[in-house]
Ligand binder design. Structure first.
Ligand SMILES: Cc1cc2nc3c(=O)[nH]c(=O)nc-3n(C[C@H](O)[C@H](O)[C@H](O)COP(=O)(O)OP(=O)(O)OC[C@H]3O[C@@H](n4cnc5c(N)ncnc54)[C@H](O)[C@@H]3O)c2cc1C
Length: 408
């Protein structure tokens, strides 16, 4: 691939974290052609993690989440088209059509349309809150401000967003009840052992968590909502929040000839075709893990940021980035910080190597076929980061245990 030139026009679709960070990275790496960023939301690019944390707790105004200030937009010379949805892509002609029929013509297109909140089908669907966008949280805060302290809020889903929302609500004096369908929250992500080690956190934080909850409907009544379960039980609450996962935003690419399979399928260089790249939550990419190359789609903040830098580097130099990508995420829930490095499977073996359940501080290694595939920690940020070297190159569990980098 020949590097971008001044005559190129790069169109980025999706004005979220990945789209904005990519725009900044492209300018930083010297691109002086035209750069257009198209976003469905009315807000300039902002950061989502604080929405379910500091913003929901009430510590931060939602404006604090802004990534693209007016000054940064001007200094990066980015043409922002906000409040407009891209409806189709012509991959051959590198044109993007917007919902009002406008056709934006470029020489390269970068798809960064992320994911949206998954909605479950209930009677009161329109009144159930989700936490994905700035507008979602503003609506939720407005509803919460009309409720008395001590009001009960049902949270459907005990995953990362559900747990963070419950924590924030408890801090604000509400009574959240987390309703989880699985035997334990996060079991499908972190596996049996790690989810078991995390099981008591909600209770320790004074939050009620009910597992194996099969909700059949949520309906509105005079003073709130009725959550109905398959065993015939009902729960009366004043508000309902849904944290039921995410759906990838690829519908607008139907008919584009791009390969879509649980995300936009790309090469190692994050390219879907010679002139179409894709980054962030929306992309299914080839990741060089410790046990070989895997096709993965990962919804982590750091992965979106790394993708942005990698693709900008590739488009500006024609060369693959040098540093390997090690997925990382964190979550602040029930007063603790969970962090993970790598991309282990839930079926990988987990072994606690530092701390204990009693301390509510521990570090564990995941391994598969005797090779370390991930590191997960509860309130162990330093030990976790020191262990990153175990994922830089494939490392056996035996070597990892003898090196014990977390003890440094
Ligand atoms: C509440 C919340 C808390 C989170 N907390 C954490 C955390 O603690 N740790 C962590 O690692 N990750 C966290 N994440 C995940 C992290 O925020 C995402 O991985 C990251 O935002 C992905 O960036 P992205 O740019 O790929 O997608 P997004 O941020 O979703 O941006 C995509 C943008 O594209 C727009 N778009 C979609 N379709 C179109 C279209 N057709 N035309 C135009 N625009 C379109 C969307 O409106 C959106 O603005 C959290 C996410 C949420 C929602």
């Amino acid at each position: 691939m020949s590097p971008l030139r001044s005559s190129d026009h790069v169109i980025v679709v999706g004005a979220g974290l990945a789209g904005w960070r990519f725009s900044e990275a492209l300018r930083r790496q010297g691109f002086d052609g035209k750069l257009t960023l198209i976003g469905e939301e009315h807000h300039p690019p902002y950061d989502r993690p604080p929405l379910s944390k500091n913003v929901l707790v009430g510590k931060w105004d939602v404006g604090h989440t802004l990534l693209a200030t007016d000054d940064l937009i001007a200094s990066n010379d980015v043409r922002l088209l906000l409040g407009t949805r891209a409806t189709s892509l012509d991959a051959e002609a590198t044109t993007v059509t917007l919902e009002d029929g406008t056709v934006v013509r470029g020489t390269y297109v970068v798809v960064a349309t992320g994911t949206r909140a998954r909605r479950l089908s209930f009677g009161a669907e329109d009144e159930i809150h989700t936490i994905r966008t700035r507008d979602d949280v503003e609506r939720l805060n407005e509803s919460l401000s009309a409720l008395a302290e001590g009001s009960t809020v049902a949270i459907i889903g005990g995953g990362f967003i559900g747990a963070e929302a419950a924590t924030a609500l408890r801090t604000r004096g509400f009574v959240p009840i987390v309703l989880e369908a699985a035997t334990r929250p996060l079991v499908g992500v972190l596996g049996e052992d790690v989810s078991l080690w995390l099981e008591g956190l909600a209770e320790d934080a004074g939050i009620e968590l009910r597992s194996r909850q099969h909700i059949t409907d949520v309906t509105a009544h005079d003073h709130g909502f009725v959550v109905s379960f398959d065993d015939g039980e009902n729960l009366l609450v004043e508000a309902v929040i849904e944290g039921a996962g995410a759906v990838v935003n690829t519908e607008w690419l139907q008919g584009s000839t791009l390969s879509i399979d649980n995300g936009v399928v790309v090469s190692k260089d994050l390219m879907a075709t010679e002139r179409i790249g894709a980054i962030g939550d929306v992309v299914r990419f080839q990741w060089d893990g410790p046990l070989g190359t895997e096709q993965v789609r990962i919804e982590h903040w750091q992965v979106a940021v790394d993708h942005a830098a990698h693709l900008a580097h590739f488009l500006m130099t024609g060369a693959a980035p040098i540093a390997p990508m090690i997925p990382y995420f964190w979550s602040d829930q029930y007063g603790k910080k969970i962090q993970m490095l790598g991309h282990p499977r839930p079926s990988d073996v987990a072994q606690m190597v530092r701390g204990s359940l009693d301390d509510a501080k521990w570090l564990a290694l995941y391994s598969r076929d005797g090779i370390v595939t991930g590191v997960v920690g509860l309130s162990q940020p330093r030990a976790l980061m020191l262990s990153k070297i175990l994922l830089d190159t494939p490392t056996t569990l035996e070597v990892a245990l003898s090196l014990a980098p977390w003890e440094a």
